[in-house]
Design a protein around this ligand. Sequence first.
Ligand code: M6R
Length: 608
Amino acid sequence: MCGIVGYVGTNKAVPYLIEGLSKLEYRGYDSAGIAVNIGGAVKVIKAKGRLSNLERIVDMDMDTVLGIGHTRWATHGAPSDVNAHPHTNSNETIAVIHNGIIENYMEIKDWLINDKKCVFKSETDTEVIAHLIDYYYDGDLMSAVRKAADRMEGAYAIGVIAKDEPDRLVAVRKDSPLIVGLGVNENFIASDIPALLKYTRDILLIENDEFVDLSKDKVTIYNSLGQEQKREIYKVTWDIDAAEKEGFEHFTLKEIFEQPKGVRETLFRRLNAEDDLAMEGIRLTADELKNINKIYIVACGTAYHAGLVGRRAIEAFAKIPVECDVASEFRYRDPFIDERTLFIAVSQSGETLDTLQSLREAKRKGARVLSIVNVVGSSVARESDDLFYTWAGPEIGVASTKAFTTQLIAFYLIAMHFGRMNGKLTEEEFKTTITEMKTLPEKVTEVLAKSEEIQKLAAKQFNNEKVFFMGRGVDSDLAMEASLKLKEISYINSFAIPAGELKHGTIALIEDETFVVALATQDRLYDKMLSNIKEVKARGAHVFAIAKEGHLQIDKTADEVFYIPNTSDALAPLLAIIPMQLFAYYVSTLRGNDVDKPRNLAKSVTVE
Ligand code: M6R
């Protein structure tokens, strides 16, 4: 979704703004723009399309030390030059960038047009903010922003500059991400750390309903009552390389290949020298767990699919009933939740609005909240009672890959932790599973070493316009993730189906040369999967199967087989998804798509 940056300092501002925006491109956008204070005037430059369009028309050498920049992902009004941010008031004395949605903008806009005779240029909700700030402005930008914020409903992270205050940047946050970067004689705002990492590792995490006043040598944070807030500096420890491609053609490929590291870090940071669990962020005690009679796992997209796998792990290891729901549905179905409910939110970004609002709804109804999150200090992380950080490192590609496998590690460990606390998992089962888990990083490496097999498969199938993924048990959950991965970056129609459901309708779509991927990693259901493969083969399908090493008879049933290293049924999804991530990646590149930034998609979905 939208990305915002801002700079106030002593150097020329434009290169900082453009560099920062380039690091936020991964979030997804369809236009970009900057506004600077130059010679006592506000100057706005913006362009539809890629950042390179903006770069073509912007003078990097402009003599300005104050500016804001924005990448827009259209919500109100089509992608266009005029709807791109920054937006200004009628006299162009105030410029605003905004990530989020102003829900009551129509009402404010009517008032501004009818009573205050403001002239609007764009269709955006954001433009009302500029006019509203102008209405309240009497020489003090912070005071005007506070008054404007009082009237706005919705979610926003906003950056504002004014013509008459050439060394002041004001920002405010409500439910959309905002951070401040501290430099020497310069300070920054941004939506996300990668935008600032080239300039500083000293970050202030801005909380909801906080206002920030920035000049080149001072940053002051206020709460909604205008009281000054103290904030500890958060030191970014990961290297800038983690947010660079490091020789890989795309972030997506780099992130697929980073999975051995992500899996290792996420697992080994939770094991002590005796291979016992060290679950520091999870404070839930055995007594409190006893009181829990139901768990809801709620998330979106890939994180939801990790939740489906997690549900099976918790039910298997801890024998607690679990429901798993997509956040956009959960929010509106009035789920039965009380103080005996544990709510588990899963989110790479920790900023997905539906997940965040579901979490708040669950809390309001009395649930305890545990989150599995990748981005440190994100909203979901901050609003949770118990927290499990995955150690995937920054994920830039829109297609979630290493976040998924590290989320699976999180679920396996949480499930075993609960199972041990409530006595449903024996020490022997625990030890066997941990021993097996410790081999996973190596096994992920083994799978990645066979990427050429998948590249060849992609070369044969990339022109196919229809692909089916099927599986049984946890493989039916994994089929959904494999299908999502393919459709979001290749734009191919792909469908996921529990293999046992085939005969209830979907088999009607199978005809000569239909490409079917059969996930057959579950020992318990293996023979049933072989029958399902035969059923689609009998209708002419071309079947590519994924099976564990040692399951040899499948090579006589399917047309092609990819073998993953042997592991337990429960852990197999972590290995079986990797060839499917690679398949989606290679197909996407062969089709000439923008793999890291697929059309219409945003990395972090901060609107409903
Ligand atoms: O940041 P989150 O994990 O909350 O994001 C959830 C989904 O938006 C995300 O997984 C999305 O589905 C990805 N594009 C999938 O690859």
